[in-house]
Ligand binder design. Structure first.
Ligand code: HEM
Length: 124
């Protein structure tokens, strides 16, 4: 079995793994609040904040490592993902201590998260 094509490849794939753990925390946190969201009682749980922060750190590192490794990165796609994530992270950070968040705002964060997932997998 070949593990990721060289040390750099291994590092890149490890970071993709951490990137996916970040998605799991962000989206998973959102999903646990969906019933509460319907009642206007949802809150941004810590997993969402930590997941969003993980996406930023691992995403930026992935851009740098891919460029250092001579791989082309889709700048427009990454730019769109970064823009959406900044909105997500900003909202979750600012409202992190609010005991309840308006359902439209909460829903927007879930929508932007799902949008980023489909941008990542469909935009080639
Ligand atoms: C909620 C936000 C995000 C989600 C859901 C997400 C999702 C994903 C997924 C599913 C992959 C693996 C599939 C693929 O290779 O395309 C991936 C890869 C990657 N992501 Fe993200 N991402 C997010 C944010 C970011 C941000 C903010 C950046 C950079 C600033 C970033 C940069 C990258 C890079 C460089 C890859 C490597 C694979 C490639 O596109 O060649 N991501 N992302």
């Amino acid at each position: 079995m070949r593990l990721g094509s060289g040390p750099m490849g291994v590092l890149i794939h490890l970071l993709v793994g951490l990137h996916i753990i970040g998605i799991a925390a962000l989206l998973g946190g959102f999903l646990t609040q969906m019933k509460a969201m319907g009642q206007g009682a949802a809150r941004f749980v810590p997993a969402m904040l930590h997941g969003a922060a993980t996406m930023l750190v691992t995403g930026v590192a992935l851009v740098g490592l891919n460029q250092a490794d001579g791989n082309t990165v889709n700048t427009v796609k990454i730019g769109v993902k970064l823009a959406l994530l900044i909105v997500i992270l900003g909202l979750v950070y600012v409202k992190r201590d609010d005991e309840t968040v308006d359902k439209r705002l909460f829903g927007l964060v879930g929508l932007l998260t799902v949008a980023n997932i489909f941008i990542a997998v469909l935009w080639t």
